[in-house]
Write a protein that binds this ligand. Structure first.
Ligand code: GLN
Length: 475
């Protein structure tokens, strides 16, 4: 019997005692053994733990107990999600060998649903970056072409799914860190509505922007993953007071009569191969019965600027806790201030320092109104513009990333070029709206192109229907 790779198939087969979780895990560990040395998706592989957990799942099934929605599904967790007793590094030196005393809510829910954690994945340090090159432990490579980046910052999780090291990956998306790597690795990546998934135990970057979501082989897998991890959590004050998202039931409803918006004043910069695939997506949606409408979102273009003030401002505050006292590493010095300085100088990488400086500057007396205050006003303008667009359209369709995967080193010494990778993903972080990337054919060098679907907050189900229609249109 062939071992399935999608989460839907694995869970169904394991729950019905057709396939053993132990065999599913062995197949994924074998893929890791073969290709992980060249890909470097993981900071830590949890092979023994995964085997033990798989045996527990098989035992449960054999005595007639249902292990849950994700029974036997191997999952890879971005290494900024707390795992009890297991190192959680944010791919930074500053956390040293810190082991969290608790599991993130997402981790608890995955385990309760019968999923099997196979490892903690690499990321840009503290999730700051778009290529996974900013990791203190070296870059992750794109499994489709190892001379190229997998995108970032959740590049380890997207590469792990693309390389079939795991059936599902989990990442965090503050400015595109799930959708952009999903696009570059040819997998599905979802940032649900802000507040739909608990952030408890996610090490904070920009708290008003951060959202956890899945990487998956299929749209249905991503829906299943979100049904397992979403829903209110009293431990996160920004968690929405409602039950889990309901996505799988409507997946096959199609888009007949749905109004799909094309943003006519989108910032330029997408390469022609990407634009061409987005046009094909509009054609496919029209053929499936959707009405394509032109909408304007004039403030979209200011998203990048506003984000690169707001996100660093929040990061400079969130990262103040890493001071050599409470977590991980310490560089000793004669007095406390010198110890803080030595620890942070040694512990943080260049990009993290850049963000802390940008953020501290934007928040400082005398500059607060001009930078942080203004950026917040722009954030409001963007939300207003999207609200107006949603009067005319139920969902919006646009590129996920301006280009296909680029070469390792291409943008590493040019922060601004790296930031421009996030042009199309950032606005929905600023508004809190759900957004997802669906693999939609290939562009330059035969590399995958992702098409992005955005919907109004709490309309994740309509976004998923649109994405499922796109997926089906590829056959
Ligand atoms: N690339 C963006 C940044 O560097 C987004 C990061 C993210 O979503 N975590 O800030």
């Amino acid at each position: 019997m062939e071992i399935p790779t999608t989460a839907v198939d694995i869970a169904w087969n394991v729950r019905n005692n057709i396939v053993k979780a132990t065999d599913v895990v062995e197949q994924h560990l074998a893929a890791i053994a073969e290709r992980e040395p060249e890909v470097h998706a993981f900071n830590l592989v949890l092979a023994d733990e995964a085997r033990a957990r798989a045996a527990e799942i098989d035992d449960a099934v054999s005595v007639g107990r249902d292990p849950g929605l994700l029974a036997g599904v191997p999952v890879a967790l971005k290494d900024n999600m707390c795992t009890r007793g297991i190192p959680t590094t944010c791919s930074s030196k500053i956390l040293g060998d810190w082991r969290p005393p608790y599991d993130a809510t997402v981790v608890t829910r995955l385990v309760e649903a019968g999923a099997i954690v196979v490892g903690k994945t690499n990321l840009d340090e503290f999730a700051m970056g778009s290529s996974t090159e900013n990791s203190a432990f070296g870059p992750t490579r794109n499994p489709l072409d190892t001379s190229r980046v997998p995108g970032g910052s959740s590049g380890g999780s997207s590469a792990a799914v693309a390389a079939k090291f795991a059936s599902l990956g989990f990442g965090s998306d503050t400015g595109g860190s799930i959708r952009q790597p999903a696009a570059l690795c040819g997998v599905v990546g979802v940032k649900p509505t802000y507040g739909a998934v608990s952030r408890l135990g996610l090490i904070a970057f920009g708290s008003s922007l951060d959202q956890i979501g899945p990487f998956a082989h299929t749209v249905a897998d991503a829906a299943l993953a979100l049904e397992a991890i979403s829903g209110h959590d009293p431990g996160d004050s920004t968690s929405i007071q409602q039950g889990p998202l309901q996505l799988t039931r409507q997946l096959d409803m199609g888009v007949a009569g749905l109004r799909v918006g094309r943003i006519t004043d989108l910032p330029t910069g997408a390469s022609p191969d990407v634009e061409e695939r987005v046009e094909v997506a509009f054609d496919a949606l029209r053929a499936a019965g959707a009405e394509i409408v032109d909408v304007e979102v004039p403030a979209f273009t200011y998203g990048l600027t506003a984000y690169y003030l707001i996100a660093p401002a929040e990061a400079s505050s969130n990262l103040a806790r890493f001071d050599g006292v409470r977590f991980g590493m310490r560089v000793d010095a004669p007095d406390t201030n010198a110890m803080y300085m030595a620890t942070r100088t040694e512990g943080f990488g260049d990009e993290v320092k850049r963000r802390i400086m940008l953020g501290t500057y934007a928040l400082s007396a005398g500059y607060y109104d001009a930078y942080y205050g203004r950026a917040q006003k722009v954030r409001r303008l963007i939300a207003n513009d999207f609200a107006a667009a949603y009067e005319q359209a139920d969902v919006l369709v646009l590129p996920s990333s301006p280009s296909v995967a680029f070469e390792i080193g291409d943008k590493a010494s040019d922060p601004l070029a790296m930031y421009l990778c996030d042009t199309y993903t950032i606005p929905s972080n600023l508004t809190g709206d759900p957004a997802m990337s669906v693999p939609y054919g290939t562009g330059e060098h035969g590399l995958p192109v992702g098409v992005q679907v955005i919907a109004p907050a709490l309309h994740d189900d309509v976004m998923f229907r649109t994405a499922a229609t796109l997926e089906r249109s590829l056959g």
